[in-house]
Design a protein. Structure first.
Length: 353
């Protein structure tokens, strides 16, 4: 066999393959070992408190609704926007018997539909000043599907199945529901176009935000340098433990995917009090006991906005972790599935105003 044979230097072939994988943002699984174990050993470790996003102080509307504006966006007079909390409202499905009502904005099985409709009117009134302002929402399916919304969509008998809304029509509000997933609002300051995106981990892997900005450019002629974006409250990296399959999805789809994960020692009261009960003779990295993978969904969506062409200073992170700050937010994970929904809204003030 001559030195020119492709089999003469197998190590060189492997190195070339590794280089190709690296350029693609992938890692070759070596010698049949579990890829996740190898990957986890190379991740940074962090304490939950290091990753917690502090919640801002909500604004109290005259009707009792407490909501979060985006710092600096109030200077744009034509722009309606806001992120709801669970504070205020009429719902009693998710609060203690002696507590005041809450602002559940989702048509959940545990709440009364008429109460949710009234809660939505309260939020719309808090943000736009008029409870009759049309509100367009979606049946969210963790996709990358987008809808160009009009006022007629506010009265559809069945909402569109999608996870993104955009419009250049004044006088309506676009609404995205969340209870851990990340809400992202985008506005074009020059062309007066707005959009709202629902980004759970599946939608984020499918690039819902990046695709949405692309649609704004295609349909409305928006330029990234004229866009501003706000990432609202969602489950923080402090609380969002995920499995190896989620890690693999991000690592395969994004060159920076590994940078979105940390190894975090999740606090467990029993484990903390009786550590001897959890000793194991397995090698480090091979035991189910120990640090877990935590995903930073906020940073994942910030990176998509940057990749879509937005400037870093044009992106605001509002803050707040829905899971560990449940006095302010609904959390599906933190409440074991028994949770209401917040809503993030954005719109263009009527031209007559």
């Amino acid at each position: 066999m001559t030195s020119s044979s492709p089999h003469a230097h197998p190590d060189l072939d492997v190195q070339a393959l590794d280089a190709l994988f690296e350029r693609a943002g992938l890692v070759r699984n070596r010698r049949g070992k579990t890829a996740g174990v190898t990957s986890r050993m190379r991740l940074e470790r962090a304490e939950p408190e290091e990753l917690t996003l502090p919640a801002p102080t909500p604004r109290l509307a005259p009707n009792g609704v407490q909501w979060l504006p985006v710092p600096g966006w109030e200077k744009t007079p034509w722009l309606w926007h806001g992120f709801s909390t669970r504070l205020g409202g009429l719902s009693r499905a998710y609060c203690a018997d002696d507590a005041s009502g809450e602002l559940n904005l989702g048509f959940t099985a545990s709440d009364d539909r008429e109460i949710v409709i009234r809660n939505r009117q309260l939020l719309v009134e808090a943000v736009s000043g008029d409870p009759t302002t049309p509100l367009v929402s979606l049946r969210q399916i963790h996709s990358s599907l987008l809808v160009h919304a009009t006022a007629a969509d506010a009265t559809r008998e069945k909402p569109w199945k999608a996870d993104g809304l955009m419009t250049d029509e004044p006088g309506i509000l676009l609404g995205i529901q969340t209870a851990d997933c990340i809400p992202v609002l985008v506005a074009d300051r020059k062309r007066r176009v707005v959009a709202a995106f629902h980004a759970g981990w599946r939608g984020t892997v499918k690039r819902i935000v990046e695709a949405g900005v692309g649609r704004m450019r295609l349909e409305f002629g928006s330029k990234p340098e004229n866009l501003v974006a706000a990432i609202g409250p969602g489950i923080g990296a402090c609380c969002y433990s995920v499995g190896e399959e989620v890690f693999s999805e991000f690592e395969s789809q994004f060159q920076y995917g590994r940078e979105l994960f940390r190894l975090v020692d999740d606090y467990d009261a029993v484990h903390h009090k009786y550590p001897m009960l959890f000793l194991t003779q397995r090698a480090p990295g091979h035991s189910p006991i120990g640090p877990s993978l935590h995903l930073d969904l906020v940073e994942a969506n910030r990176r998509q906005l940057l990749d879509a062409g937005l400037k870093p200073r044009s992106i605001k992170v509002v803050g707040g972790c829905t899971s560990c700050q449940r006095e302010m937010f609904f959390s599906h994970r933190g409440s074991q599935g028994h949770a209401g929904r917040m809503m993030s809204v954005i719109g263009i003030r009527d031209k007559k105003e």
